[in-house]
Ligand binder design. Sequence first.
Ligand code: WTA
Length: 653
Amino acid sequence: MQNEQNERSISVLSKEERSYAPSAAFAKTASVPSKAARAKLSAAAARSPEKFWDAAARELHWFKPWRKTLQWKVPDAKWFVGGKTNLSYNCLDRHLDGPRRNKAALIWESEPGKVRTYTYLQLHREVCLFANALKGLGVKPGDRVAIYMPLVPEAVVAMLACARIGAVHGVVFGGFSAEALRDRLNDAGASVVVTADGGWRKGAILRLKDAVDEAVKGAPTVKAVVVLKHADNEITIDETRDHWWHRLTAKASPVCPPEKLDSEHPLFILYTSGSTGKPKGILHTTGGYMTQTAWTMKHVFDLKETDVFWCTADVGWVTGHSYLAYGPLLNGATAVMYEGAPLTPQPDRFWSMISRHSVSIFYTAPTAIRTFMRLGEEHPAKHDLSSLRLLGTVGEPINPEAWRWYKKHIGGDRCPIVDTWWQTETGAIMISPLPGATAAKPGSATLPLPGIDADVVDMTGKSVPLGSGGYLVVRRPWPSMLRTIWGDAERYRKQYWSQIPGMYFTGDGARKDKDGYLWILGRIDDVLNVSGHRLSTSEIESALVGHPFVAESAVVGRPDELHGQAVVAFVTLKGGKIPSPELKELLREFVAKAIGSIARPAEIRFTDSLPKTRSGKIMRRLLREIAAGGAVRGDVTTLEDFGILAKLQQDEE
Ligand code: WTA
């Protein structure tokens, strides 16, 4: 068995080396049409990254030009210093004087199948109405507005309305629990929460307003809650605090001039998992984020005026911020949005949507592709997918098998695939093929984009030779870089700028092959990647020890064919508490309630004690091996005795 697996991975490795050059037909019309063109662009950008980004920023509208392109003192970057702009103006108003005025900006489909389209003109009007509604609630520039919504157009409207008036939005994924929402509201000091009665998910209603009611009880900074009527479920309204979206906007004026904001004005906070239990509020600012998001959207996706672009991410994640909302709108593109679950009502939902809306660029996560692969190619085969011309992936490494399936059964062997590496912290794509220029190798995100100084280095910061592995870093600041962790500048410095001297450390390990292509090996800190979503092991551990029966816990990831990684929790119980399958279920639900269902452990394993080193550190490597090997599977109630294992391990060290 072991041998079989080894052989398989060796053969996969050799196949990995196969590269897929862009077709002549695709390259002909691409914005960067050849390997040489990319190399030239990269060389120029490497000579002067500031000149490169300066030119990119000039393609957008600024009320006042900047004095200085970059001001940099580790770890604080300021881009386009002194410039004044507005992101909502660049996404909307800028397109209203030309042929894009009546072009579809958003095509939205609800899970039950309702379709709504907003032109740029219509979207502009909705944004102005809602911006004035927020102003009416007393929201001022710099105030934090939390958005906890289903994936509906109004979520994008609320984001753009904040950007218009200079409020800082903090989108919290609708799948997060009331407790997780409350923590984020408190950390950000949000004064307003925008939500909906409920949202659709797998044919059922997710009761968002109920969660908000619970969260706000413990969040004293929240003064007002705006509720969109969407799923029509019964909710309770607190007249002193809650406002219906439709009533507020019915009274509001449709005229709302954009605030002329400083390039470094805070744009949004987005929480993500780090290696400690407390989620980090990643802060992005206006001018730099706008510039890199616009550039990458245009060139990584080789965007054309007639494209219909569908990014399947929720706006609760950074991918939804940069490539569902801002990237497409900054470029005057047409974006598709889908509220619901991918397999509802049938496994061919996505393919039916691609066909019905003539989607030409499709951007999704490897975990979704693996799910579709498992369900079988007969589902995409039922639909005409000939409108597609480019595919993308994001969020985790894609295994070559899934890559080839995607290429063949979705892309008809005709569409290039861009495997894009980036993070919540980087704000926009950093490492990726340019589809008309870069030969793809399945499983590799290929090369750093022009203007991005990413590399694989050793612990001292020295670049590793071709063919070796190390830490993935970025040497110089880039425009859409996070500026800080909200309220914790010290954690920002320590987390990102102290591990490898003078460089931004991504938290990922990577390998550089003989052609300089980068292969992401995954996180090397205590962060898990489950279905492309980041989870911190210690966040789940602290949720578990919050249960009165639990004495101690250690959470690790085990490889999972479908989800990339699965959460395995080792748990020791307090004296007198008896392990049982019911308790296991209870604890799984307990975590789901504390954080959200994405964090629900796939497996709980009870143990008498956790294996620890002499200094008391949990031996995670050992637990990971045990979790991966599944040696003690079966009877889940068995108490595992790590005493001997730990002793053996210590003797080895
Ligand atoms: C992982 C998502 C391999 C990586 C945009 C990173 C990837 C983390 C890729 C960030 C990719 C993202 N190939 N791994 N193309 N894209 N990752 O913040 O470990 O949710 O550090 O941002 O996802 O996840 P985040």
